[in-house]
Design a protein. Structure first.
Length: 271
């Protein structure tokens, strides 16, 4: 495939870059978006950023597990697929890839709307917002999308518009290690790419389950960092999806993605 610089950054370099961000951001706003760390319905986008994203992403619903959802993504037809990564003027666009764990979660929610219908849902590490969009489409009563990248928040609003949905609330602070939120369901995909971050996620999810009896669904295509982590012994396999060929090529040959239910036996005692 073309785009070796970006592919290496977004796929192989994701671990080092994003891990530093998750560790460093303790709830404060991003430097490139100081004025707002929470977006809600009716919030306007910066016209310059909107124009840039619309010009440099492609609207697509093909090559992924959820053709019902249209997304703005970075594809081979986009200018920055060929440009040097350091020419991109904002933070690394990890949100512009539809990661396989998120695809599996979104497909599962669309096929099983009872999982979210009438429930409050937190989409942790939301990226392009596809899983949050799937939750809204399937009747969730309340949806909050969380990502530490403010540009991801803007992209999510654009993706809501593409799917004729009112934008859901979006928070761009690091909520891991914060107080456990009272959510009926937490969904997270492709988040276990570093051991220290995975440990923090494990402890925080345990708190949410122990205090609020929150249900947790995790999407992952079977990366080594996920399969080798201690959390894996407390997961129940819900469903496995075969990935479309385009997604396999984007992810160096990964062939399937799995939705897992996280069911720790003694949440706080084991943390």
């Amino acid at each position: 495939m073309a785009f070796p610089g970006w592919k290496q950054l977004l796929l192989l370099g994701r671990q080092n870059t994003l891990t530093k961000l998750w560790r460093s951001r303790r709830g404060g706003p991003s430097l490139c978006w100081k004025r707002c760390c929470h977006w809600s319905t009716g919030k306007s986008l910066d016209p310059e950023v909107r124009a840039f994203l619309e010009e440099n992403t492609e609207v697509t619903n093909s090559g992924h597990l959820t053709p019902e959802i249209r997304l703005r993504l970075l594809t081979p037809r986009c200018r920055f697929w060929r440009e040097k990564p350091d020419l991109w003027p904002y933070g690394d666009p990890f949100w512009a890839i539809y990661w396989p764990g998120g695809q599996a979660l979104s497909r599962y929610i669309l096929d099983n709307p009872h999982v979210v219908k009438g429930r409050s849902v937190l989409d942790l590490g939301s990226g392009c917002g596809a899983t949050a969009i799937a939750a809204v489409m399937s009747g969730a009563s309340q949806v909050l999308a969380n990502d530490i990248d403010p540009i991801a928040g803007m992209a999510m609003i654009l993706n809501c518009e593409l799917n004729h949905l009112n934008p859901f609330p979006i928070t761009i602070k690091n909520i891991i290690n914060s107080e456990a939120g009272n959510w009926d369901l937490i969904v997270l995909g492709d988040m276990f790419y570093d051991e220290q971050l995975a440990d923090g996620l494990h402890r925080w999810l345990q708190k949410c389950i122990s205090i609020h009896q929150t249900e947790v669904l995790i999407g992952d295509p079977g990366r080594h960092q996920f399969l080798s982590h201690s959390i894996h012994s407390q997961l129940h396999k819900v469903i496995e999806y075969s990935l479309p060929e385009y997604t396999r090529q984007e992810n160096y040959g990964l062939t399937s993605s799995i939705v897992w239910s996280y069911q720790p036996s003694n949440s706080l005692e084991d943390s």
